[in-house]
Structures are given as C-alpha cells and as structure tokens.
Design a protein around this ligand. Structure first.
Ligand code: ZN
Length: 170
C-alpha cells in the first residue's frame, strides 16, 4: 500500500512540474496581454470617474478620494455585501466645507424616509441614494472648488467608520 501511495505522490509531482512549465509559458503570453490592458487603462484613467465600495462589515474600501477641479465627477457606490439596506444600508454623502461630520450624521438619523439625508439640507454637495447588498448607485456632480472635503455614509451609526476625505486638486 505504501508503495502505491509513493507512486501517486510521484505522479502528482510530475503533474505539478508540468503545470509549472505551463505557467512560465503563460507568463510570457501575459506580458503582451498586459501591454494591451495598459492602453485601456489610459482611457479609464479619468480621476473623476470614481468607484467606491461598501461592505457588510461597515467599511468603505477608500478613505481618500482625489479628483480634478473644473470637471464633472461620476461617483459609483457599490454595495458588495449581502445584507439588506434596512440593516446595512450605505450611501455616499459629500459634505460642504465646515460641516461637522458627526453632527450631520446625528441629524441624519431621523430622516430614514429620505435615505438618511435631512430634508432640505444645505450641508450636502452631493449624495447617492441608500442601497443594500448587491446594489449600485451613481451620482454625478460638478467637482467643487479645490480643497479638502469630507464624505460619509449617513446610515445610523456608520459614520464613525464609514468616512473619508475627498480632495479636489487644481
Ligand atoms: Zn453605511
């Protein structure tokens, strides 16, 4: 029995070695492929086309977003979790300069019917709707004047973790 085991192990290593060889070939092919994707990167490299994700652990994947002034910003929020928006809803809210983030978040709690955006607020530059797991929301707006702004998720209790800076560069 032991002999058979070793025989299998032997065969297995031969298979592994063969795979290794294939990988090397793939690496060579991968080089040309990479060059091709570089071209597309140039097209996609619009800094004002921003994608940010939120998950079931109450986290954004970015704590800093940088865009260029004088252009439209297209911000896409993807909820990559599975939880319902009633339990783990996310939105992306960009605040005007000088607005207290935690203060805004505390105020927003009472506006559940308005996706946790205070009715008629003047504190917000732009925001997405509130979404749940698997959903996507997009908001387009003109980049505000150069400077540093703050963003958050205004779902109750999320702003402590789900927040970051939004930098507009000249
Ligand atoms: Zn959230």
């Amino acid at each position: 029995m032991k002999f058979i085991k070793y025989l299998f192990l032997g065969l297995f290593s031969v298979v592994l070695m063969n795979c290794g060889g294939n990988d090397k070939k793939k690496e060579k092919e991968g080089f040309t492929y990479e060059k091709k994707t570089d071209d597309t990167k140039e097209v996609e490299a619009n800094p004002n086309d921003v994608v940010i994700t939120g998950d079931d652990m109450m986290r954004f994947n970015k704590s800093e977003i940088k865009v260029k002034a004088g252009k439209k910003v297209k911000l896409t929020l993807r909820h990559i979790g599975k939880l319902d928006k009633q339990v783990m809803g996310h939105n992306w809210v960009l605040l005007k300069p000088g607005v207290d983030l935690m203060g805004f978040s505390a105020k927003a709690v009472t506006f559940k019917d308005n996706d946790y955006i205070p009715d008629g607020t003047e504190d917000v530059i732009a925001h997405t709707k509130l979404i749940g797991g698997g959903e996507t929301a997009v908001v387009e707006f003109d980049a505000p004047a150069p400077g540093t702004y703050e963003f958050l998720c205004s779902f109750p209790g999320h702003a402590a973790m789900m927040r970051g800076t939004f930098v507009v560069e000249e």
